[in-house]
Design a protein around this ligand. Sequence first.
Ligand code: PLP
Length: 223
Amino acid sequence: MLSLSKTIAKVKQKVQQAAVKGGTEAQKVHIVAAGKGRSIEQIQALMHTGAISAIGENRVQEFLGKYRQDISFDFIGRLQTNKVKYIIDKVRLIQSVDRENLLVEIDKQAKKHNIQANILMQINTGKEQAKGGIFVDDAIDFASKVMEYDNIILRGVMAVAPIADQNTLKVCFTDAYKVFCNLQDKYKDIDYLSMGMSEDYEIAIECGSNMIRLGRVLFGDVS
Ligand SMILES: *Cc1c(COP(=O)(O)O)cnc(C)c1O
């Protein structure tokens, strides 16, 4: 395992190269660190590098155990409606919003706390039944539903790509990018296209991603 600063430098270099290829600016690519299975000490060390914009957590219980006010957290995992109340005032962004009953609950809880909840809609680019996410064809409809809620702000799109060859990945990422652009044309506040993980972040950036979610490449493999 490389030292943390070397790991970050290497990732940044790859982000830079991918951004050049994709015709975007590397400084605009946000790095979210996927914190599942990692200790608060590991997370704090990573945050101290200054290179990470937030920690993404998948499980509510685990997140609450790690929560600190001085660290920015995103929720990136499948979210049960009855758990929204535990996280609503503690996260910067809920990235994994993919169904209407979740919108209802997020709006209700945000209102209770007198805040606006920032969300991404999760889309399912590979049309994988086992995965959550809105199909690309339904994305614009879903976005118009989000707009009906006063206490929710749609900030963009999150996509988890299927495990696939490079060409299939490019098709999926490009589909997500098109949804993102369509939303930007229609609405304000659409800032984030969250796609790309340790195995595929370079391709994702080439296809227009401006937010990557990295676990293993930052923390090493889980033992
Ligand atoms: C774990 C996880 C990641 C990071 O995965 P790595 O392959 O370890 O980079 C990104 N997004 C989500 C939703 C995850 O659950």
